[in-house]
Design a protein around this ligand. Sequence first.
Ligand SMILES: [Fe+2]
Ligand SMILES: [Fe+2]
Length: 480
Amino acid sequence: MSVSQSSLAHAGQEFMKSLYRLINTARIYRDNNQLIRKGVGELKGAIEALTGGDDISVHLWRGRFHIRGERLQYRRDLASIVNGMVAYFTQRNIGQIIFFNASRNVSIEDFVAMIRLLNDSVMSDDPPAWLEEKMLEHGFSWFQVVRKQDEELADKAASLEEERYEKARSTYIHAVDTVREVAQKACKGIVGVRKTRRLAQNIVDLVREDNSLMLGLASIKDYDDYTYTHSVNVALLATCLGRQINMSDISLEYLSVCGLLHDLGKVGVSKDVLHKQGELSVGEWDEMKAHPLIGVRKILRLNAPHKLRSRIILGPFEHHLNPDMSGYPRTIFMDKLSLIGKILRIADVYEALTAQRAYRARAFAPDEALRKMWSEREQKFDPILLKNFIKMMGIYPVGSMVELNDGHFALVMDYPEESRNDLPLVLLLVDDGKGNLIRGDMVYLADQVTKEGSLPLKIVRGVEPTRFGIQAAEFFLHEK
Ligand SMILES: [Fe+2]
Ligand SMILES: [Fe+2]
């Protein structure tokens, strides 16, 4: 993430915090109270830090705040404040508020008066209209409220989301091409690593911006090009997990490169062995087990700065080793795994379990895969990291297909509110009359208006999408 993005995230959080605080302080204290004056000072400071003097718009879209068009990223401990603000906007039917730059010169009294109007508007039948009238009465032209169902704004937000999808999608496609290119060139001779590194930086940026979108992309399974999509998926999952445990940007970049290159050694394994149905012979299994070591040899030959190379060797070497050093390749000179190695192991196993492979009848649904991995945590994984991974994925990870209590199938698209991790935003899948499931309505399970006598929709269980011939990621990318 660039400095400006991280400082935007920080300033956005400060803004939310001070707005929330002032709204609540204004409910209790009078205008000349010291806390009120302090609160106004803080909010103005936060606006200034956020914009450097420009206008600022705060937009609520699908349960998430966007500030200056960027989705607000916030720390977990701010979740209750952010959720409180979502409720505040929703109760007042507000979709957006704008502080114009003139708000910097407004007196404390006027600022508080505006906050009180916002607070009081909840009593009106039509808060946005009421507010507009009151703002006009007071001559508050430095502040504006826009109602929630403003189509034009909704479109704008949708197109920003669309742009983000597009960027993520092209990064994904580019990633698959790059991994293929490196793999093919590495067989022939020296290959540079600059492209891979730039790609890793992109992945880190995208994961920082919108980790659930990247998790959704990681559910793409391409059986023809499996080794390459697998590598990209492992890079995405690993980077998301690294972010979850607060790794630094530079470590995330190394981790992402490791994910992209972890199976580089598989290029040397013959296709017959890779795609064999049924059990491998001893010789074939030996060939398979050699891939981490062959991969490391290839990485050593990459044309890369010494520092980078030294940071991307261990992970690919270790990704099939268990914490007690069983697994492969056999090693006698190490007694514990590196953090990157342990993360790759989790991402690699999860990815492989959820993909359809020649040697088993069907893939695991995401929730099944997570349960299986959890049951093997002591032997195969770092249990604490695995716990973080499961927490990050949710019981039903973004991109997974689920069955609902009314018999509908749906795809999990996002978890807009961190605290409602059992109630995601889902896309209903409806029958097109010819037996195909197509895109239906989007329903946010945490925010349902149910008719009398009907139950709110809930997830009953996870379903494996290939049983229905579905590529979850395609719906995710608005293709269908
Ligand atoms: Fe591997
Ligand atoms: Fe792998």
